[in-house]
Each structure stands twice: as C-alpha cells, then as structure tokens.
Design a protein around this ligand. Structure first.
Ligand code: E4P
Length: 218
C-alpha cells in the first residue's frame, strides 16, 4: 500500500518524507488556502517546492469546472514537474478532461468520489487514481469503507488499472481497514500516519528494557 500525505504544509511533508515511508502527496484548494498560499504564481511555485521534497506523485488540483479550462490548467500543472498528477473533480466535464489527459499520457487523480458509479466512470475514462472520500462519508453516517470495498470488487472484476486512493482519512484505523480491503494508496494527515507507530505496550516495554539495562550497567 502506498502512503501519500494529504497536506500542503512543507514542514509536515518533510517530516513524513524523512520517516522514509512517504510515496507521494495530495493537496486540494482548501489545503493550499490553509497554508496561506494564494495567487496563481505562488500556488504553482508551491507545487514545485513539494515536488522537490518528495520523489513520487504530487496531486495538483484544477480550479476550472469546464472542459477547456480544466485542460488548459491541467497542461500548465503537468509542465511544472514530471511527478505532477492533475487532480480533476468528478463532474461530467471532468470525465472528458480525464479522457483527454489519459490519451496524452498525463496522470490524473479523479477527486470527490462518493459512489461506485462515479468510480466506474472515472476508471473507464482512464483515471490513474480515484479518490473516494472515506471520512466525509463517515461524517454523514454512510459507511465509507463499504464504498472502498465495492470499488475494489468492481475494479478487480474488470482488471481496471486505475488505483484506489483512499482519501479523507481521519485516523489510523481507517488506514488499517483500507489496507485490509486492498486500497492501492491511502492519503492522510501526518497525525494518522504517526499514530500507526503508537502502542502503549511498546512504550511500557521499552521503558522496562531501558530500566533493566541501566540496572545491569551500574
Ligand atoms: C483528497 O485528496 C482530499 O485532499 C482529502 O483527502 C480530503 O480530506 P478531508 O475530508 O479531510 O478534507
């Protein structure tokens, strides 16, 4: 399972990358705004900075919602760095844009996926990744993990090469469940990634080992 970090915060991206387990980055317009990155040039420059930290796919989202606009923006984003993945919303114009980029060999991430039908359409259009928003479904009392499972079954039935990028991850159990289901990638906050390492028995055990070592070496 690939691990992406879902942030535009450079310090967090560096920290996750330094752990040696980071395979890529996802961003979205809200995450960019949260870091105070505004204005077309600053936004493009920020993507390049992220690409210079992580050697893996970096999703950069288009703002346009019409086909021509998405194609124009996506081509500009793809020119920034070979690792850029053009992130496109699941709308009908977006499906056309995904098909266009797929034919040009430019990788895409179809975002805002909330149903199996949307995932099927994106795969047929040739999306490289699709992002089902697990946490946001859970937030409205709908089982996000069932959706991931359903998409896994559909993609396996027809050998779709599109990768399931489980997004909107909220906590470590989301990551573990997605790994059990067989999601290809997960993207989550640094807190959820770091939480995977924590276990109280590990802390107690380590404390004991160090105390016993200290006793024996007095
Ligand atoms: C996916 O690529 C999105 O950036 C993200 O996972 C959305 O997560 P949220 O629901 O925590 O905003």
């Amino acid at each position: 399972m690939k691990f992406f970090i879902d942030t535009a915060n450079l310090a967090e991206i560096r920290e996750a990358n330094d752990m040696g387990i980071l395979d890529g980055v996802t961003t979205n317009p809200s995450l960019m705004a949260k870091e105070g990155i505004t204005g077309a040039n600053n936004i493009l420059n920020h993507y390049v900075q992220i690409c210079n930290i992580v050697d893996g796919p970096v999703s950069a989202e288009v703002i346009a919602t019409d086909y021509e606009g998405m194609v124009r923006e996506g081509e500009a984003l793809a020119e920034l760095h070979p690792n850029i993945v053009v992130k496109i919303p699941m709308i009908t114009e977006g499906i056309k844009a995904i098909k266009y980029f797929s034919q040009k060999g430019i990788p895409t991430n179809c975002t805002l996926i909330f149903s199996a039908g949307q995932a099927l359409l994106a795969a047929k259009a040739g999306a490289t990744f699709i992002s089902p928003f697990l946490g946001r479904l859970d937030d409205v009392s709908t089982d996000g993990l069932s959706l991931i499972q359903q998409i896994r079954t559909i993609y396996d039935n027809y050998d779709f090469g599109t990768e399931i990028l489980a997004a909107s991850i909220r906590h470590p159990m989301h990551i573990i469940h997605c790994a059990s289901i067989g999601a290809d990638v997960m993207t989550g906050p640094l807190s959820a990634i770091k939480a995977l390492a924590k276990h109280p028995l590990t802390d107690i055990g380590l404390q004991q080992f160090l105390a016993d070592h200290a006793k024996g070496n007095k």
